[in-house]
Design a binder for this molecule. Sequence first.
Ligand SMILES: CC(C)(COP(=O)(O)OP(=O)(O)OC[C@H]1O[C@@H](n2cnc3c(N)ncnc32)[C@H](O)[C@@H]1OP(=O)(O)O)[C@@H](O)C(=O)NCCC(=O)NCCS
Length: 267
Amino acid sequence: MSHTSYPSPAEVAIRPATFADVEDLVEVFKITAPLEESFRYRNQYVQQYPEDLIKYETLVHHLFISPKYSDFDVMVAEAPSIEDVTVPKVVAYAVWDVSYRNKRQWGSEYKSQNAKGDAMAQLGGVSACRHVNPIRRAAMLEADGEGSKRHFEDVYGGDGHLELVRLKTHRDYMRRGFGSALVTWGINLAKEQHLAAVSVVSGQMGKLLYAHLGFKHLEQVMIRAPGDTETFTDHYMVLELQDHKQPPQKNQSWQNERCGRRLVWDI
Ligand SMILES: CC(C)(COP(=O)(O)OP(=O)(O)OC[C@H]1O[C@@H](n2cnc3c(N)ncnc32)[C@H](O)[C@@H]1OP(=O)(O)O)[C@@H](O)C(=O)NCCC(=O)NCCS
């Protein structure tokens, strides 16, 4: 089926994910994530231990969707399958960090949830996830914690912005507007909630989509673990919602206690 004959983005259904979607989400992840530099960097041993990746990602997606992890909203884009347009298929999904809700409710003492860290702990720690290079993972976490604090928390406060944690479009369904539809869902939520900004830490592919949607590029940070020869680059990007901007509350102290919590690239 050609690009033009496929249904338009107007026909996409954006809905919250349920546990019944986990297998489909992991399938999209498995097909799409290896296109990202950060995935290849962190999951250096995935060829040797593919089953560890699937076990870990299945649990991570499960936790993201679980009502117990109310810091996260997972939205799914469902559209007609290319093979048979009468059959709906999960073609893309987004994971949003909506911890601003809990922070608004519980105040600055609220400790953000760490679905990815918890999943790893439940599986027996990083040594049980043999697909991961632990040194690279640690370097990524550290860089991400610092960058997010500097660009997002210090600027918008802990509860002033909505963060995109994951966005994946199935490889066969790219460039059809699904990624944009999912990000637009978040932008609309942020506007409704009077948040100051939508933020993301992106790789090379995502950067093009976010720029297309009007996000501003703040900084690129090269990550290299100690003793490593390989690197990859994170891009800090933000969409400021000028009309909805609220100054961060002065007495809030969102210190870097969350370092290791918001693991955009901990995939
Ligand atoms: C990034 C990603 C989510 C984009 O999803 P998508 O559904 O293909 O995005 P859209 O169709 O909505 O793209 C909208 C616009 O973004 C830009 N864009 C998106 N992907 C692009 C690419 N690979 N090359 C150039 N421009 C691109 C284009 O301007 C595009 O509009 P156009 O197709 O009319 O030219 C998808 O490529 C993906 O899943 N990549 C791997 C995972 C990843 O990098 N996720 C982002 C992590 S933060």
